[in-house]
Design a protein around this ligand. Structure first.
Ligand SMILES: [Zn+2]
Ligand SMILES: [Zn+2]
Length: 462
């Protein structure tokens, strides 16, 4: 089954709507349900006043940001899992473009996930190894998973030689390949016992509830006031505009919490970046425009369908570009969310091992760079484990957490919040076995937004 990616879903939604009906300035009456921590809908978040307020809070975090003295003993390295480049007709970005963006935003690991398009081999016909200081690991988005096999498996895809999901998992894992459940919201009952982990955040999953925003965006192509607003917003507050869609994904996290007690399962972030959210509005005659949403052919809209187009065409010649919106250049999607991997060394085998062990956390670095965040276990003041590890319940055992800025820390045991406080650190004396994980949320423009999701410390009965 072929997955519809971020791009496709957004574009299909756009194209399915009649342009004319969206051209007037009607406000959406049905109030969309707001997710955890939200006070504002995505459309409200895109108001310039809101974006400015978010930007001010982000600057404040930057000023307050300090070094974390608590140590994991490993190097915090930003990685992007689930990245598309040069892999399909609906992907706009290239690998050199991805590399340049990674260097600019401090990402050191790119784990590619090509759409499977035989005969192209997503391992051999891709990038592998260090390029300009960025480590590339090739893989695919396939059969509902993110797969990073050690060796090419394209022949198995062509010959359809795996007969079940279990066989496919075994094939990918052969000789140490990695595999993660992708688009978890659609797979609440999928077996995860043999997997390395799952996507606890996915930009595409987050977009699923943005129907009102998609309509609003489409309406802006035939509404000169709104078009001006969104152009200005993207120019002045690009990260804040991208971040407006951000939500907590409760059904995905619930699946993680359900499966964690029985086995280790590393939570990772999925950027699902393609660099393909590019929209162009062009004058084609004195009474019509063309709207192009990559990669589809242009669509013509006339003043008869949407009268306010006339204002946009004033003083324009046929062929003039009225507006171009580039919403998702790689730099922006890469800095929105990342999986921070705790490494001994920057090489493929260390990355694979760390991901298996859960030596990682997910962070929305666009809010504040989370680098340095630590979540460890200590016994008698000596570090005996880091996030992802399993430690034995013994006297003198405690959990310690520290972050570069203060936020709302939530400590969970077996999926339930057992402590919540506003701080940049937490010390917790352990008296019960269980799976302990932590989240930190930041208050931004009066809204609570998820910032850090730590992988769990497993505390086993003595
Ligand atoms: Zn795609
Ligand atoms: Zn994808």
């Amino acid at each position: 089954m072929i997955r519809l990616c971020l791009s496709l879903t957004l574009l299909f939604a756009l194209l399915a709507l009649p342009f004319a009906s969206q051209s007037n300035n009607s406000t959406v009456t049905a109030q969309p349900r707001l997710g955890a921590g939200r006070k504002y809908s995505t459309i409200e978040r895109l108001n310039l006043e809101r974006l400015r307020a978010v930007n001010q809070d982000l600057q404040k975090f930057q000023r307050l940001r300090g070094n974390v003295s608590l140590r994991t003993g490993l190097t915090d390295t930003k990685a992007i899992l689930h990245a598309h480049a040069e892999d399909s007709a609906h992907t706009g970005g290239t690998r050199p473009e991805l590399l340049a963006a990674a260097k600019n935003v401090g990402v050191k690991i790119i784990m590619l996930t090509d759409h499977v398009r035989p005969p192209k081999d997503f391992i051999n016909d891709s990038w592998r190894g260090l390029r300009d200081g960025v480590l590339f690991i090739p893989g695919a988005e396939s059969e509902g998973f993110l797969v990073y096999p050690q060796r090419p498996i394209i022949a198995a895809h062509i010959n359809k030689s795996f007969k079940s999901r279990e066989e496919y998992v075994r094939l990918v894992k052969q000789d140490g390949g990695n595999i993660f459940l992708s688009h978890v919201e659609e797979k609440p009952d999928w077996e995860t016992g043999e997997l390395d982990g799952l996507e606890i955040y996915n930009i595409h999953s987050d977009l699923m509830d943005e129907g009102e925003f998609v309509k609003w965006l489409q309406g802006s192509f035939t509404n000169p006031d709104r078009l001006k607003q969104i152009e200005q917003a993207v120019a002045e507050f690009p990260a804040e505009v991208f971040g407006a869609l951000q939500d907590y994904l409760p059904t995905v996290i619930a699946k993680w919490d359900r499966d964690l007690p029985s086995h280790r399962l590393t939570g990772v972030a999925a950027n699902d970046c393609h660099h393909n959210q590019v929209f162009t509005v062009k004058a084609v005659s004195n009474d019509a425009i063309e709207v192009t949403a990559f990669p589809d052919p242009p669509r013509k809209i006339t003043t008869a369908q949407a009268p306010r187009i006339a204002e946009m065409l004033k003083g324009r010649q046929a062929g003039d570009i009225i507006a171009k919106l580039d919403l998702d250049p790689y730099e922006r999607s890469l800095s929105f969310v990342a999986t921070h991997i705790l490494l001994n060394e920057l090489n493929e085998s260390s990355v694979r091992q760390a991901l298996r062990q859960g030596h990682a956390y997910v962070a929305h670095d666009w809010l504040c760079d989370a680098t340095g965040f630590a979540f460890i276990a200590e016994r008698n003041d000596k570090r005996i484990g880091v996030m992802g590890d399993e430690v034995k319940l013994e006297k003198g055992l405690k959990l310690r957490l520290a972050a570069p800025v203060a936020g709302t820390i939530k400590l969970f045991r077996d999926g339930k919040v057992i402590q919540e406080m506003i701080s940049d650190k937490l010390n917790f004396a352990l008296s019960e076995a269980g799976v302990y994980r932590a989240e930190i949320w930041l208050t931004v423009d009066g809204e609570l937004r998820p910032w850090i999701y730590a992988n769990p410390m497993r505390v086993a009965k003595p």
